[in-house]
Design a protein around this ligand. Structure first.
Ligand code: SAH
Ligand code: SF4
Ligand code: F3S
Length: 430
């Protein structure tokens, strides 16, 4: 076919050759939103840049789960003042959870150089903000690009928001109640990303295993995704302990493509604190749950999240958390200092900072000792590794694995584990 003489809309030659710099705070949900934002820019001919100096537009995707996260986002926005002075025609977009919490009025007032504010609840309307600033998009579809993980791994959002009411958590307020995407939309997204070269899919949501759309349950959705051609491995994040059921356990048992790793936040080992947090389980129930999952999938790695210093947490409560670290045999755990997200007096942080620091250090030490034990259990075993580079990949249990001999990126290979150090397993290809 003859090419038209002049570049037309949609023709790559008409692309403006501009660049967007996207900075993302917070969780995978935000990362997935940033990938969609990057795609919307790409449709307008913008490439991604990691040098803000070369950018024509900047997006700050914010988090507010803890005060520190919000503070970081705010100071990042503040630093853009100079960028905008040097480039008055540049566009600044502030999006995400802190944008939702603080609101456009407040943010634009405090930072008048910000062009558009789009809160997490309204992220579907990001395209409207882009149209206001840059005009309509000349291209309808764009190829997918994984930004935050290796090219082998693609995020697929299956739900937005959260309908639980954990006492400490701001997510339901800034992301709204749970809304589940249709299985058709999810499968289309996943199939497209696999076709574009992804080998591993990560299904995303705040209570991902609560998924239900019409008659489709989480277990049924997993089956459908597992049947997609080209899929080597399926992960999901983050599930909540109260939503696992027998149907899930059966799939875990039967489907080796379902990763032998679950990130299952527990938050505390004290039943009194868990109750105050409104988590809906006791420490014993949590441990029984992971024991059942490990029975179905021997060698299943479980990682978790802890909050230290929840209001009223006593030394005894904290010791229950330490006991849970040992009993849970976690491969990894994120440990957070409690950060009040409301002004309600009973939710005030009431553990003195010095004591809080000490508890955090004790918890981190316990997690480290324990996870090294878990890692060392893998020595002498064969791990199936999805290679990201010629010498580095991830085992099904999500452990980082290094080999000296060259493997093929994007391939699943069996690796014999010879040693373990820090967070990494070293092995060789047989
Ligand atoms: N939806 C997931 C977690 C979302 S937030 C779940 O329910 O498991 C990610 C983690 O941030 C939480 O697991 C929790 O450990 C931590 N977190 C949430 N709110 C917090 C707060 N106010 N202070 C400290 N840590 C918090
Ligand atoms: Fe927050 Fe997770 Fe609880 Fe939802 S389930 S309220 S996102 S901690
Ligand atoms: Fe932060 Fe929003 Fe995620 S508050 S942790 S970016 S859902």
């Amino acid at each position: 076919m003859q090419k038209p003489e002049k570049p037309q809309n949609g023709d790559p030659r008409s692309r403006p050759n501009k660049a967007v710099f996207i900075i993302t705070f917070g969780c995978q949900m935000n990362e997935a939103d940033s990938e969609a934002i990057a795609a919307a820019f790409r449709r307008r001919g913008y490439a991604l840049t990691d040098e803000i100096k070369k950018a024509d537009a900047v997006v700050v995707n914010t988090c507010t789960v803890r005060q520190k996260a919000e503070d970081k986002a705010i100071s990042q926005i503040g630093r853009l003042r100079v960028w905008k002075e040097k480039r008055p025609e540049g566009n600044i977009f502030v999006v995400g959870c802190a944008a939702q919490k603080l609101g456009g009025k407040y943010l634009k007032n405090r930072f008048p150089f910000v062009d558009e504010v789009v809160g997490a609840k309204a992220i579907d309307q990001f395209e409207d903000a882009l149209i206001t600033q840059l005009g309509p998009s000349p291209e309808a579809e764009t190829s997918h690009q994984n930004i935050y993980r290796s090219p082998q791994t693609a995020y697929v959002t299956i739900m937005r928001g959260c309908s639980l009411k954990c006492s400490y958590c701001i997510v339901p307020a800034v992301r709204g109640p749970a809304v589940f995407l249709s299985p058709e939309a999810i499968l289309k997204d996943a199939a497209g990303k696999l076709k574009a070269g992804a080998k591993e899919i990560v299904l995303l949501g705040q209570t991902v295993n609560a998924y239900r759309h019409g008659k489709t349950t989480f277990a049924e959705l997993l089956k459908k995704v597992l049947a997609l051609p080209g899929l080597a491995r399926l992960r999901f994040m983050s599930p909540h302990p109260v939503y696992f059921d027998k149907a899930f356990t059966a799939i875990l048992k039967a489907e080796p493509k379902l990763a032998r790793h679950i990130h299952l936040p527990v938050q505390s080992g004290s039943d009194r604190i868990l109750k105050a947090m409104r988590r809906g389980y006791t420490a014993k129930e949590y441990l029984a749950l992971i024991a059942g999952l490990r029975q179905a999938a021997p060698g299943l790695a479980v990682s978790t999240d802890f909050i230290v210093g929840y209001p009223g947490e006593t030394e005894e409560d904290f010791q229950a958390t330490l006991a849970l670290v040992a009993a849970g045999r976690f491969s990894m755990a994120y440990c957070f200092k409690y950060s009040p997200r409301t002004d309600r007096p009973e939710m005030k942080a009431d553990i003195p900072e010095a004591e809080l620091e000490k508890r955090l250090e004790r918890l981190l030490a316990a997690v480290k000792t324990n996870s090294l034990l878990v890692l060392k259990e893998r020595i002498g075993k064969i791990e199936e590794v999805l290679f990201e580079t010629e010498t580095y990949g991830r085992a099904s249990g999500n452990f980082a694995v290094r080999v000296k001999t060259a493997a093929a990126p994007g391939r699943l290979e069996k690796v014999l584990i010879a040693s373990a150090e820090k967070n990494t397993l070293n092995g060789k290809l047989p």
